[in-house]
Design a protein around this ligand. Structure first.
Ligand SMILES: C[S@@+](CC[C@H](N)C(=O)[O-])C[C@H]1O[C@@H](n2cnc3c(N)ncnc32)[C@H](O)[C@@H]1O
Length: 424
């Protein structure tokens, strides 16, 4: 058995190891067992120096069902009364898994069927392209740990839905809440929409830094979400089919303790290495979250309304190219991302635009972080434009007394560029 602080990894069949564990000793079990694909899964790491594999071959559905039932019964015992179980599967055996989970945990403890959706390039097979896997979410009882996660409102949400509190009328219909005078009651803090059971999280791309080369490795973002939902700091996460150890790395990054088990020596070895040097893909996606990333793109495009442009996808340094040229080259645009200084963003834009021959580049400032001392450092050709959001935030800050209402309509010129520069 390997021991990292707060993480234990066991090599072997999980059944006897689970049998040796104390009852009620873990808070969350995440299982990603073989999916009944009737294949041997093989993959090589990036340097192609070796091949990792695991078998998913069964003589019958019955053999597979028995294998799951025995292990899930032990998991039922080792998870605490307020704990949860997330069972990862796909279309090959979701029907079997659901029936077995109902049997072992009780259908009354079924919480959700989570659809993990991702994009894939087309394959040549005839039929519908599979682009999801299923995670069955059960709890041990009614009294379970659940940390709400809120997501953005959809663009179709109307303003009343966001601003007004809702209540139930006499026939239990959801209506806008009203006070005694019949006025709508405001909703208070707008938290967004509770996370749904369809999770749009990208599959690990072949170049992702966190990719180990272990077959069927899951993204850290997916495991982080499960662990954040169902556990608190200091809780214990169990993964009896840990493969490359994704759940253990996520648990470690989120300050949970963890226990991992796998039959494969390669899997245990990779897991140990990952835990010693946990690598999250340093993609913007993982740094700032998918929504923030997507919104930043939307912000860039929203700000450009009224200008003729072509959106640019999959380029870290350019969000759009204007349809008009400047000095024989294209005009490029980038929106500053959360957590990034203006100077960093300006350099990124300049670097990405250089090979396109751009001599004029617009950087849309979303915050002023680190921008006070770089006037002379801004790459040539970069023009910094203040975003409306930044302008509104700063004007609000300037109104020292937010209770003072402006009596007349006012035009507030942009906050003077003590800090934003144009260098051409
Ligand atoms: C789908 S993979 C897990 C991938 C993992 N979630 C990741 O992100 O890398 C399934 C794993 O189950 C392991 N396995 C299969 N049968 C097992 C058993 N009886 N006990 C423990 N591990 C087993 C395989 O070696 C394989 O690593």
């Amino acid at each position: 058995m390997h021991r990292q602080p707060n993480v234990h990894i066991h090599l072997g069949d999980c059944l006897p190891i689970l049998q040796g564990m104390e009852s009620g000793s873990v808070n969350l079990a995440y299982l990603d067992p073989p999916f009944f694909t009737q294949k041997v899964h093989r993959l090589a790491p990036r340097d192609r120096s070796r091949e990792f594999s695991f078998d998913d071959l069964w003589s019958s559905q019955k053999e597979y069902a028995t294998f799951l039932f025995e292990r899930l019964s032990e998991i039922r015992r080792v998870v605490a009364d307020d704990g949860s179980v997330f069972f990862h599967c796909d279309r090959n055996a979701v029907h079997l898994a659901r029936a077995i989970m109902d049997d072992v945990f009780g259908s009354e403890n079924f919480r959700s069927e989570i659809i993990w959706h991702y994009r894939r390039w087309s394959n040549s097979q005839r039929g519908l392209l599979p682009t999801h896997q299923t995670i069955l979410y059960y709890t041990q009882s009614d009294n379970y740990t659940f940390n709400e996660i809120w997501t953005e409102y959809s663009p179709a949400t109307n303003v009343d839905q966001i601003l007004q509190r809702r209540s139930r009328d006499g026939s239990n219909k959801s209506v806008y809440a009203r006070d005694e005078q019949g006025n709508a009651i405001p909703n208070g803090t707008k938290r967004g929409v509770p996370l749904s059971d369809v999770w749009d999280i990208p599959f690990l791309n072949p170049k992702a830094k966190e990719r180990t080369g272990y077959p069927t490795q899951k993204p850290l973002l997916l495991l982080e979400r499960i662990i954040s939902l169902a556990t608190n700091e200091g809780d214990c996460v169990l993964d009896p089919f840990c493969g490359s150890g994704t759940s253990l790395v996520a648990a470690q990054l989120l300050n949970r303790t963890a226990i991992g088990i796998d039959l494969s020596e390669d899997a245990v070895e990779i897991t140990k290495q990952r835990l010693e040097e946990p690598i999250m893909s340093q993609s913007r996606l993982l740094d700032v979250g998918r929504e923030a990333y997507r919104n930043a793109d939307d912000n860039a495009l929203a700000i450009l309304q009224g200008v003729d442009y072509v959106p640019v996808q999959r380029n870290a340094g350019i969000d759009a190219i204007l349809k008009q040229d400047f000095a024989g080259g294209p005009i490029t645009v980038l929106v500053q991302r959360p957590g990034e200084t203006l100077l960093e963003a300006a350099r990124k834009l300049s670097k990405a635009s250089a090979s396109k021959g751009a001599k004029l580049m617009f950087l849309i400032a979303m915050s002023r972080g680190g921008c006070f001392d770089f006037a002379e450092e801004l790459p040539t050709g970069v023009v910094v434009i203040e975003s409306p959001a930044l302008g509104i935030r700063e004007h609000l800050d300037k109104l020292k007394r937010p209770d003072v209402l402006l009596e007349k309509a006012s035009y507030l010129p942009p906050v003077k560029p003590e800090s934003l520069f144009e260098t051409l």
